[in-house]
Design a protein around this ligand. Structure first.
Ligand SMILES: [Zn+2]
Length: 274
């Protein structure tokens, strides 16, 4: 049986990097990633990347592979690999419900699934992104009525752009800090329309303000919540599931209880699928 040496958001001679958040930066000599991921990553490192388009087959050594949009941030992708033992899908960070600034996630069928489990417990149940949007706009209206400048704090790589877009859609002018502006320009380069100016009615900041995140005051997450994770497992329909990141152990146990063969793994752990 042939052995594939590939770091999944990790190290290896060849590696795949799912998206441009630093905790997923890959260490390979050659790293496969989408163009937006490469551009965004080059803001913070200078590794050698090979660009791959969504949905186009390519080869890692002898192994066929394909990338699918994962709905998490600009350029984020999962990878499907055709192994001798069957097909494998690695989600990277993933969001099923559609966000405004990211292409909708596509989920292929696969025999083996490696799934992120950041929010792999039932208590992580997030409202629909459109509901979170209403909460954000409610807060904005209320603070502006009281003569204040609403300020939201968000990850400058992804979440901030989602909030800018929401505010744009609802007709508010927005100002941002330098880091958010820098990243937003790449979003615009890749076709996401965002508008911000020097003095906006609302501020989006990478360091202070009302926190918008799965853990924050406003629950708008670009990660799958527990129920979205279950939906992914159902849709990919694998024989075996490997959980990774966050609540990986607990989520694997829950999946076992539901009749799936599931096991938690650590980042950079060597994987035997059979
Ligand atoms: Zn991420």
């Amino acid at each position: 049986m042939r052995i594939l040496t590939l770091g999944l958001d990790g190290s290896g001679e060849f590696a795949f990097q799912s998206h441009a958040h630093t905790d997923h930066f890959a260490n390979g000599r050659l790293i496969f990633a989408t163009r937006p991921t490469i551009f965004l990553s080059h803001l913070r490192n200078s590794r050698y990347y090979i660009p791959v388009d969504f949905g186009k087959k390519f080869y890692i050594g002898d192994f066929k592979a394909k990338l699918y949009p994962s709905g998490h941030i600009l350029g984020s992708s999962g990878i499907k690999i055709w192994l001798d033992e069957g097909t494998l899908y690695y989600t990277g960070d993933v969001k099923v419900k559609k966000l405004r600034t990211v292409e909708r996630a596509k989920l292929p069928k696969a025999d083996f699934l490696i799934i992120e489990s950041t929010f792999g417990l039932p208590r992580f149940t997030f409202p629909d992104p459109r509901e979170s949007e209403k909460v954000i706009i409610g807060i904005v209206e209320d603070l502006i009525d009281r003569g204040k400048v609403p300020t939201f704090m968000a990850n400058p790589y992804g979440k901030a752009q989602e909030i800018i877009k929401i505010l744009n859609v609802h007709g508010y002018s927005v100002s941002v800090d330098r880091e958010i502006a820098k990243v937003s320009k790449f979003y615009m380069k890749f076709g996401v329309r965002l508008k911000f100016e020097k003095e906006g009615e609302v501020k989006v900041s990478s360091s202070k303000g009302i926190s918008v995140s799965g853990f924050g005051r406003i629950k708008l997450s670009n990660h799958a919540d527990f129920w979205e994770l279950l939906e992914i497992v159902e849709r990919v329909n694998p024989e075996k599931v490997f959980t990774v990141y966050g609540h990986a152990e607990a989520f694997a146990k829950i999946l076992n209880g539901l009749g799936y063969e599931a096991k938690s793994i650590r980042r950079n752990q060597k994987l035997e699928v059979w």
